[in-house]
Design a protein around this ligand. Structure first.
Ligand SMILES: *Cc1c(COP(=O)(O)O)cnc(C)c1O
Length: 304
Protein backbone atom coordinates (compact mmCIF):
# COMPACT_ATOMS: atom_id res chain seq x y z
CA UNK A 1 0.00 0.00 0.00
CA UNK A 2 1.45 3.40 -0.91
CA UNK A 3 1.55 6.13 1.74
CA UNK A 4 -0.68 8.49 -0.24
CA UNK A 5 -4.39 7.98 -0.83
CA UNK A 6 -6.30 8.04 -4.14
CA UNK A 7 -8.04 11.43 -4.16
CA UNK A 8 -11.50 12.44 -5.41
CA UNK A 9 -11.91 13.96 -8.87
CA UNK A 10 -14.97 16.21 -8.88
CA UNK A 11 -16.60 18.42 -11.45
CA UNK A 12 -17.01 21.84 -9.86
CA UNK A 13 -20.43 23.21 -10.74
CA UNK A 14 -19.70 26.80 -9.58
CA UNK A 15 -16.29 26.98 -11.30
CA UNK A 16 -17.63 25.32 -14.48
CA UNK A 17 -20.46 27.84 -14.70
CA UNK A 18 -18.19 30.83 -14.27
CA UNK A 19 -15.44 29.50 -16.58
CA UNK A 20 -17.99 28.47 -19.23
CA UNK A 21 -16.59 24.93 -19.56
CA UNK A 22 -16.35 21.82 -17.39
CA UNK A 23 -13.80 22.35 -14.61
CA UNK A 24 -12.53 19.21 -12.87
CA UNK A 25 -10.77 19.37 -9.52
CA UNK A 26 -8.23 16.74 -8.43
CA UNK A 27 -8.44 17.17 -4.67
CA UNK A 28 -4.86 16.63 -3.54
CA UNK A 29 -5.61 18.87 -0.55
CA UNK A 30 -7.26 15.76 0.93
CA UNK A 31 -3.99 13.82 1.23
CA UNK A 32 -3.46 12.96 4.93
CA UNK A 33 -0.70 15.57 5.32
CA UNK A 34 -2.57 18.19 3.33
CA UNK A 35 -0.84 18.30 -0.06
CA UNK A 36 0.14 16.34 -3.17
CA UNK A 37 3.72 16.23 -1.84
CA UNK A 38 2.96 12.93 -0.14
CA UNK A 39 2.79 11.16 -3.51
CA UNK A 40 6.38 11.88 -4.47
CA UNK A 41 7.85 12.12 -0.99
CA UNK A 42 6.09 8.89 0.01
CA UNK A 43 7.54 7.11 -3.01
CA UNK A 44 11.04 8.47 -2.28
CA UNK A 45 10.85 7.55 1.42
CA UNK A 46 9.60 4.04 0.68
CA UNK A 47 12.39 3.53 -1.84
CA UNK A 48 15.08 4.72 0.61
CA UNK A 49 13.52 2.64 3.40
CA UNK A 50 13.66 -0.48 1.20
CA UNK A 51 17.37 0.30 0.57
CA UNK A 52 17.95 0.38 4.33
CA UNK A 53 17.78 4.09 5.23
CA UNK A 54 17.55 4.55 9.02
CA UNK A 55 16.84 8.28 9.21
CA UNK A 56 15.24 10.85 6.89
CA UNK A 57 16.42 14.46 6.74
CA UNK A 58 14.50 17.35 5.18
CA UNK A 59 15.15 21.09 5.07
CA UNK A 60 11.60 22.16 4.25
CA UNK A 61 9.45 23.94 6.81
CA UNK A 62 6.51 23.58 4.44
CA UNK A 63 4.50 20.81 2.87
CA UNK A 64 7.53 18.77 1.74
CA UNK A 65 8.86 18.59 5.30
CA UNK A 66 5.41 17.63 6.55
CA UNK A 67 5.17 14.85 3.99
CA UNK A 68 8.60 13.50 5.03
CA UNK A 69 7.53 13.63 8.70
CA UNK A 70 4.30 11.77 7.90
CA UNK A 71 6.09 9.16 5.76
CA UNK A 72 8.75 8.60 8.43
CA UNK A 73 6.16 8.10 11.16
CA UNK A 74 4.24 5.61 9.02
CA UNK A 75 7.41 3.68 8.07
CA UNK A 76 8.85 3.80 11.61
CA UNK A 77 11.86 5.83 10.47
CA UNK A 78 12.95 8.87 12.55
CA UNK A 79 12.84 12.23 10.79
CA UNK A 80 14.79 15.45 11.32
CA UNK A 81 13.54 18.64 9.66
CA UNK A 82 15.90 21.64 9.69
CA UNK A 83 13.99 24.90 9.25
CA UNK A 84 15.05 28.56 9.22
CA UNK A 85 14.09 31.04 11.96
CA UNK A 86 11.41 32.51 9.67
CA UNK A 87 9.30 29.32 9.87
CA UNK A 88 5.92 29.94 11.51
CA UNK A 89 4.98 28.41 14.87
CA UNK A 90 2.09 26.73 13.08
CA UNK A 91 4.41 24.89 10.67
CA UNK A 92 6.70 23.78 13.52
CA UNK A 93 3.69 22.57 15.50
CA UNK A 94 2.43 20.52 12.52
CA UNK A 95 5.89 18.93 12.12
CA UNK A 96 6.01 18.00 15.82
CA UNK A 97 2.52 16.49 15.61
CA UNK A 98 4.06 14.06 13.10
CA UNK A 99 6.82 13.25 15.66
CA UNK A 100 9.60 14.88 13.61
CA UNK A 101 12.59 16.47 15.40
CA UNK A 102 12.58 20.11 14.40
CA UNK A 103 15.94 21.91 14.32
CA UNK A 104 15.80 25.69 13.84
CA UNK A 105 18.93 27.01 12.11
CA UNK A 106 19.78 30.11 10.06
CA UNK A 107 17.84 33.08 8.76
CA UNK A 108 17.08 31.63 5.32
CA UNK A 109 16.26 28.31 3.72
CA UNK A 110 19.80 28.22 2.22
CA UNK A 111 21.36 28.27 5.70
CA UNK A 112 18.92 25.67 7.07
CA UNK A 113 19.62 23.48 4.05
CA UNK A 114 23.42 23.78 4.47
CA UNK A 115 23.08 22.70 8.10
CA UNK A 116 20.84 19.78 7.07
CA UNK A 117 23.56 18.56 4.69
CA UNK A 118 26.11 18.50 7.54
CA UNK A 119 23.83 16.19 9.55
CA UNK A 120 23.86 13.49 6.88
CA UNK A 121 25.70 10.37 7.91
CA UNK A 122 25.76 6.77 6.68
CA UNK A 123 22.24 5.36 6.69
CA UNK A 124 20.60 8.79 6.34
CA UNK A 125 18.51 9.80 3.33
CA UNK A 126 18.05 13.44 2.37
CA UNK A 127 14.63 14.01 0.80
CA UNK A 128 14.62 16.96 -1.59
CA UNK A 129 11.41 19.02 -1.84
CA UNK A 130 11.22 19.08 -5.66
CA UNK A 131 14.38 18.00 -7.52
CA UNK A 132 14.49 14.19 -7.54
CA UNK A 133 13.25 11.65 -10.14
CA UNK A 134 11.75 9.52 -7.35
CA UNK A 135 9.46 12.44 -6.46
CA UNK A 136 8.34 12.94 -10.04
CA UNK A 137 7.47 9.27 -10.50
CA UNK A 138 5.41 9.45 -7.32
CA UNK A 139 3.62 12.66 -8.30
CA UNK A 140 2.74 11.10 -11.69
CA UNK A 141 0.31 8.71 -9.94
CA UNK A 142 -2.27 11.53 -9.70
CA UNK A 143 -2.57 11.48 -13.51
CA UNK A 144 -2.86 7.66 -13.52
CA UNK A 145 -5.93 8.11 -11.29
CA UNK A 146 -7.46 10.65 -13.69
CA UNK A 147 -6.88 8.24 -16.58
CA UNK A 148 -8.43 5.38 -14.60
CA UNK A 149 -11.49 7.57 -14.02
CA UNK A 150 -11.84 7.73 -17.81
CA UNK A 151 -11.70 11.52 -17.94
CA UNK A 152 -9.24 12.91 -20.52
CA UNK A 153 -8.71 16.63 -19.89
CA UNK A 154 -8.08 19.14 -22.67
CA UNK A 155 -5.68 21.06 -20.41
CA UNK A 156 -4.17 20.65 -16.94
CA UNK A 157 -3.74 23.68 -14.67
CA UNK A 158 -1.20 23.48 -11.85
CA UNK A 159 1.06 25.73 -9.80
CA UNK A 160 4.86 25.76 -9.96
CA UNK A 161 7.40 26.26 -7.18
CA UNK A 162 10.60 24.35 -7.88
CA UNK A 163 8.83 22.45 -10.65
CA UNK A 164 8.55 18.98 -9.12
CA UNK A 165 4.76 18.92 -9.52
CA UNK A 166 5.06 20.09 -13.13
CA UNK A 167 7.72 17.50 -13.94
CA UNK A 168 5.70 14.73 -12.27
CA UNK A 169 2.43 15.66 -14.00
CA UNK A 170 4.20 15.71 -17.37
CA UNK A 171 5.60 12.25 -16.60
CA UNK A 172 2.06 11.11 -15.74
CA UNK A 173 0.57 12.58 -18.93
CA UNK A 174 3.25 10.96 -21.06
CA UNK A 175 3.01 7.54 -19.45
CA UNK A 176 -0.75 7.57 -20.08
CA UNK A 177 -0.34 8.45 -23.76
CA UNK A 178 -1.54 12.04 -23.22
CA UNK A 179 1.43 13.81 -24.88
CA UNK A 180 -1.08 16.17 -26.53
CA UNK A 181 -2.61 17.52 -23.29
CA UNK A 182 -1.06 20.95 -22.56
CA UNK A 183 -0.13 22.10 -19.06
CA UNK A 184 -0.88 25.62 -17.85
CA UNK A 185 1.95 26.30 -15.36
CA UNK A 186 0.92 29.06 -12.94
CA UNK A 187 3.11 31.12 -10.64
CA UNK A 188 2.49 34.26 -8.61
CA UNK A 189 4.35 37.26 -9.99
CA UNK A 190 6.65 37.44 -6.94
CA UNK A 191 7.75 33.80 -7.27
CA UNK A 192 8.05 33.40 -11.04
CA UNK A 193 11.18 31.27 -11.36
CA UNK A 194 9.80 29.05 -14.16
CA UNK A 195 8.56 32.08 -16.08
CA UNK A 196 12.04 33.62 -15.85
CA UNK A 197 13.70 30.37 -16.92
CA UNK A 198 11.42 29.91 -19.93
CA UNK A 199 12.05 33.51 -20.99
CA UNK A 200 15.83 33.17 -20.63
CA UNK A 201 16.10 29.66 -22.08
CA UNK A 202 18.01 28.48 -19.00
CA UNK A 203 17.31 28.28 -15.27
CA UNK A 204 17.97 31.56 -13.49
CA UNK A 205 18.19 32.49 -9.82
CA UNK A 206 15.64 35.09 -8.77
CA UNK A 207 17.08 37.82 -6.53
CA UNK A 208 14.32 37.17 -4.01
CA UNK A 209 10.77 35.97 -3.42
CA UNK A 210 8.14 38.66 -2.85
CA UNK A 211 4.95 36.57 -2.89
CA UNK A 212 2.77 35.35 -0.02
CA UNK A 213 2.63 32.00 -1.85
CA UNK A 214 5.60 30.72 0.17
CA UNK A 215 5.29 27.16 -1.18
CA UNK A 216 6.07 28.52 -4.65
CA UNK A 217 9.18 30.28 -3.35
CA UNK A 218 11.98 28.32 -5.02
CA UNK A 219 14.41 30.93 -6.35
CA UNK A 220 15.52 28.58 -9.12
CA UNK A 221 13.53 25.76 -10.74
CA UNK A 222 14.91 22.26 -11.26
CA UNK A 223 16.77 21.82 -14.57
CA UNK A 224 14.39 18.98 -15.42
CA UNK A 225 11.37 21.22 -14.87
CA UNK A 226 12.64 23.61 -17.53
CA UNK A 227 13.68 20.69 -19.75
CA UNK A 228 10.17 19.19 -19.70
CA UNK A 229 8.75 22.45 -21.13
CA UNK A 230 10.71 21.56 -24.30
CA UNK A 231 9.38 17.99 -24.44
CA UNK A 232 5.73 18.73 -23.70
CA UNK A 233 3.35 21.65 -24.39
CA UNK A 234 3.67 23.88 -21.30
CA UNK A 235 2.37 27.46 -21.13
CA UNK A 236 3.59 29.76 -18.34
CA UNK A 237 1.02 32.05 -16.67
CA UNK A 238 1.32 34.62 -13.89
CA UNK A 239 -1.32 35.71 -11.38
CA UNK A 240 -1.13 38.27 -8.58
CA UNK A 241 -1.05 37.46 -4.87
CA UNK A 242 -4.44 39.12 -4.56
CA UNK A 243 -5.92 36.83 -7.20
CA UNK A 244 -4.41 33.77 -5.52
CA UNK A 245 -5.84 34.80 -2.13
CA UNK A 246 -9.28 35.51 -3.62
CA UNK A 247 -9.23 32.06 -5.22
CA UNK A 248 -8.51 30.50 -1.79
CA UNK A 249 -11.54 32.25 -0.33
CA UNK A 250 -13.64 31.20 -3.30
CA UNK A 251 -12.68 27.52 -3.00
CA UNK A 252 -13.56 27.64 0.69
CA UNK A 253 -16.96 29.14 -0.14
CA UNK A 254 -17.69 26.82 -3.10
CA UNK A 255 -16.23 23.55 -1.83
CA UNK A 256 -15.54 24.00 1.90
CA UNK A 257 -11.81 23.39 1.43
CA UNK A 258 -9.05 25.64 2.77
CA UNK A 259 -5.83 25.69 0.71
CA UNK A 260 -2.65 27.81 0.65
CA UNK A 261 -2.15 30.74 -1.76
CA UNK A 262 0.30 28.45 -3.62
CA UNK A 263 -2.76 26.42 -4.61
CA UNK A 264 -5.00 29.46 -5.00
CA UNK A 265 -2.60 30.55 -7.77
CA UNK A 266 -3.65 27.62 -10.00
CA UNK A 267 -7.35 28.18 -9.25
CA UNK A 268 -6.95 31.91 -9.99
CA UNK A 269 -6.12 31.14 -13.63
CA UNK A 270 -9.79 30.23 -14.13
CA UNK A 271 -10.59 33.91 -13.60
CA UNK A 272 -8.49 34.72 -16.72
CA UNK A 273 -11.00 33.74 -19.46
CA UNK A 274 -8.47 34.01 -22.30
CA UNK A 275 -6.13 31.51 -20.62
CA UNK A 276 -8.59 28.64 -20.79
CA UNK A 277 -10.80 29.74 -23.73
CA UNK A 278 -9.25 27.21 -26.15
CA UNK A 279 -10.07 24.18 -23.99
CA UNK A 280 -13.07 21.98 -23.25
CA UNK A 281 -12.52 20.00 -20.04
CA UNK A 282 -10.06 21.74 -17.74
CA UNK A 283 -8.41 19.77 -14.94
CA UNK A 284 -7.06 21.78 -12.00
CA UNK A 285 -4.63 20.14 -9.58
CA UNK A 286 -5.86 21.36 -6.19
CA UNK A 287 -2.42 20.83 -4.68
CA UNK A 288 -3.50 21.83 -1.15
CA UNK A 289 -1.19 23.11 1.56
CA UNK A 290 -1.39 22.58 5.31
CA UNK A 291 0.37 25.59 6.77
CA UNK A 292 -1.93 28.54 6.03
CA UNK A 293 -4.88 29.42 8.24
CA UNK A 294 -7.99 31.40 7.32
CA UNK A 295 -6.83 34.25 9.62
CA UNK A 296 -3.52 34.38 7.78
CA UNK A 297 -5.18 34.40 4.35
CA UNK A 298 -7.52 37.21 5.41
CA UNK A 299 -4.64 39.23 6.90
CA UNK A 300 -2.60 38.89 3.68
CA UNK A 301 -5.67 39.85 1.65
CA UNK A 302 -6.20 43.00 3.77
CA UNK A 303 -2.57 43.98 3.17
CA UNK A 304 -2.65 43.73 -0.64
C1 LIG B 1 5.28 22.24 -3.09
C2 LIG B 1 4.02 22.90 -3.42
C3 LIG B 1 3.81 23.51 -4.66
C4 LIG B 1 4.87 23.59 -5.73
O1 LIG B 1 5.40 22.35 -6.08
P1 LIG B 1 6.83 22.26 -6.79
O2 LIG B 1 7.05 20.81 -6.96
O3 LIG B 1 7.82 22.88 -5.85
O4 LIG B 1 6.73 23.01 -8.05
C5 LIG B 1 2.58 24.08 -4.90
N1 LIG B 1 1.61 24.07 -3.98
C6 LIG B 1 1.77 23.50 -2.78
C7 LIG B 1 0.65 23.52 -1.82
C8 LIG B 1 2.97 22.89 -2.46
O5 LIG B 1 3.14 22.31 -1.27
Amino acid sequence: MPLHIPTPLIESRPLSLSAGRPVWLKLEALQPCGSFKLRGVGHACETHHARGALHFVSSSGGNAGLAVAYAGRKLGVPVTVVVPETTTERAKELLRLEDASVVVRGSSWQEANEHAQTLLGAGDAFIHPFDDPLLWTGHASMIDEVAQAGCKPDAVVLSVGGGGLLRGVVEGLQRNGWQDVPVMAVETAGAASLHAAMAAGRTVELPGITSVATSLGAKRVAEQALACTRQHPVVSHLVSDREALDACERLLRDHRLLVEPACGAALALLEHPEAVAAFGNVLVIVCGGATATLEQIRAWREAC
